[in-house]
Design a protein around this ligand. Structure first.
Ligand code: UGA
Length: 431
């Protein structure tokens, strides 16, 4: 099928590339000329394992192209995916201006009946709005059908997830739209769940809110474990063995970050508030996360009462491993607070340092390796569980003035750290 994808952020690009890989002809449209020029040459604007390889392959096989020209991209398309951003407004609600603009662009450029599929995360009712905008601006006689098809990909494993996801959700209100979008997705071999449009929109928010709830819940349990002398790793394992609970998303740490959970939890609180429902539980989840992001600073202050003038190594800057994404990463808050307290901050991340330089406080310095970052430091804080960090030789910490490691991701075994003489503080485990 001929498909256009509007927006080549993380969702749009991965969607376009994976649809081309299963045989569709895809044109990705983006207004950013530099970015489009790069993508035409197979260069991915984001770090995502396997993405550049699939881009190059499908460009060469003439199934994938990129353009800044809406008319060129939309004229021939039988289906258009909307995958533009829905950033957070000041009040936490989702900003739908890019979605509305995409709807107008579709209406102004298509020359036949069209199915519009919304991939962007949008509040319940937005697909009705999209349909209204397009139908109002379409030339007389043409018809639009809308489909909600939220994405559940994780950054860092998005390509793998496209082909091995747990479900594809299709929300539509006509048999025609269901059957076309089902055909489009069939080659992925992922189970398809068909439902009404509003429920599909809600499934996306409810899923992210539930996963965020699991994380804040286990983080609170870990804080209580610390006070009582229990070990969160054993508690999580024991809980996860119950299939009703499940073992995933029970890893205690320094809270969730990224472009999705922080934004979507706040948006769902707003969506509920708009219909005069106070989502008390989710408000608690958001507050717990805010507190948890600062937990390493409290631990550091307990160990080193004065950190002014001290060298503090920060290992890991992205919000999770295998991505260079810094959005809502705990490293932003942690480095800011360290600088505020007068520390000399030397950071290291395997991939995210270039992005970090434009986001973190300019006083943060950057090292070329874990070794350089920790050398002569007074403390090392671990913020991201990159495998390079988890697998580092523990002897590296002997290069510190006096080995003091405060680990927000429980990367190391307690015994191993003790055997190496490292003063080690982690999350929810005995010191
Ligand atoms: C999340 C969802 O997992 C995807 O299903 C969804 O499609 C995506 O948001 C989205 O809405 O686009 P992502 O933000 O890539 O994906 O990252 P996750 O792997 O879910 O991790 C989010 C945060 O939670 C990270 O900061 C991670 O460190 C933290 N986390 C995760 C924990 O602290 N503990 C856990 O057990 C799991």
């Amino acid at each position: 099928m001929r498909i256009a994808v509007i927006g080549t952020g993380y969702v749009g690009l991965v969607t376009g590339v994976s649809l081309s890989e299963i045989g569709h002809h895809i044109t990705c449209i983006d207004v950013n000329e530099d970015k489009v020029a790069k993508m035409q040459n197979g260069i991915s604007p984001i770090y995502e394992p396997g993405l550049s390889e699939l881009m190059t392959k499908n460009i060469n096989e003439k199934r994938l192209s990129f353009t800044t020209d809406h008319q060129e991209g939309l004229q021939q398309a039988e289906i258009v995916y909307i995958a533009v951003g829905t950033p957070e407004n000041i009040d936490g609600s989702a900003d739908l201006s890019f979605v509305a603009q995409a709807a107008k662009d579709i209406a102004g450029n298509v020359e036949h009946n069209i199915i519009v599929v919304t991939k962007s995360t949008v509040p319940v009712g937005t697909n009705d709005m999209i349909k209204d905008i397009i139908q109002t601006h379409l030339p007389n006689g043409l018809m639009v059908e809308v489909v909600s098809n939220p994405e559940f990909l994780k950054e860092g494993s998005a390509i793998h997830d496209s082909f091995h996801g747990d479900r594809i959700v299709i929300g539509a209100d006509s048999e025609h739209a269901f059957s076309i979008i089902e055909q489009v997705n069939q080659p992925f071999g992922v189970p398809i769940f068909k439902t009404d449009i509003k429920s599909a929109e809600m499934i996306k928010y409810a899923s992210n809110a539930f996963l965020a709830t699991k994380i804040s819940f286990i983080n609170e349990i870990s804080n209580i474990c610390e006070l009582l002398g229990a070990n969160i790793e054993n508690v999580s394992t024991g809980m996860g063995l119950d299939q009703r609970i499940g073992s995933q998303f029970l890893k205690a740490g320094i809270g969730y970050g990224g472009s999705c959970f922080p934004k979507d939890t706040k948006a769902l609180i707003q969506i509920a508030g708009n219909v005069e429902y106070e989502f008390e539980l989710l408000k608690g989840v958001v507050n717990v996360n805010k507190k948890q992001q600062g937990i390493l600073i409290s631990k550091l202050n307990d160990c080193l009462p004065v950190i002014s003038g001290k060298k503090i190594a920060v290992l890991g800057l992205s919000f999770k491993p295998n991505t260079d994404d810094m959005r809502e990463s705990a490293s932003i808050l942690v480095t800011e607070e360290l600088i505020k307290q007068g520390a000399k901050v030397v950071a290291y991340d395997p991939i995210a340092m270039e992005n970090a330089k434009s986001i973190l406080n300019p006083l943060v310095q950057y090292a070329d390796s874990i070794e350089d970052a920790v050398e002569n430091s007074d403390a090392a804080l671990i913020l991201t569980d990159w495998s390079e960090i988890k697998n580092v030789e523990l002897a590296v910490f002997n290069k510190m003035k006096k080995p003091l490691v405060i680990d927000g991701r429980n990367c190391f075994a307690l015994k191993a750290m003790e055997n190496n003489g490292i003063d080690y503080h982690s999350i929810g485990r005995p010191v």
